[in-house]
Design a binder for this molecule. Structure first.
Ligand code: DQA
Length: 146
């Protein structure tokens, strides 16, 4: 049975490729997801990729993941990482491993980006490695679930 992992991207990540490349690189989100799904296939992982600009939609997907066989989560919540107590509350309930991902190094940026509502509920955080961070998160989840 393949492991089921959810890859959730939050606000503005649909604009990857058009956002400042010094922080986010040049890859579009569909390109990033395509690479990730390919890698997941080799690891016998069913990777479900979702993106929304709406906080409530992200919460609904997280709630649904409690009953649909999801076994792990990688999440780049974008700016909601730093602002959404509701997101933290939703993550708190989840029983499977969570990896927090950021393309840019949030600790090398403005102080407001140093706080995360995701981090307290995550097994680990990968920040500043660009798309490679997602690949590493996938591998980490794969190991955590073996
Ligand atoms: C981000 C970092 C956040 O601070 C920012 O709001 C984003 C993207 C990243 O991937 O580096 O939208 O999560």
């Amino acid at each position: 049975m393949p492991k089921r992992i959810l890859c959730l991207n939050g606000p503005n990540l649909n604009l990857l490729g058009a956002r400042p490349s010094q922080h986010y690189g040049q890859l579009s989100l569909p390109e990033l997801e395509q690479k990730l799904i390919q890698e997941a296939c080799g690891l016998e992982i069913e990777l479900i990729c979702r993106q929304s600009n709406h906080e409530g939609q992200l919460l609904d997907w997280l709630h649904a993941s409690m009953n649909d066989g999801t076994q792990g989560l990688m999440i780049n919540a974008g700016a909601y990482t730093h602002t959404s107590l509701a997101l933290g509350d939703a993550l708190e309930v989840l029983t499977y491993p969570i990896i927090e991902v950021h393309l840019s190094n949030v600790y090398a940026r403005e102080a407001i980006r140093h706080h995360s509502y995701v981090a307290p509920h995550s097994s680990g955080q990968i920040t500043g490695l660009g798309p490679l961070g997602y690949q590493l998160a996938l591998r980490a989840l794969n190991q955590l679930l073996s």
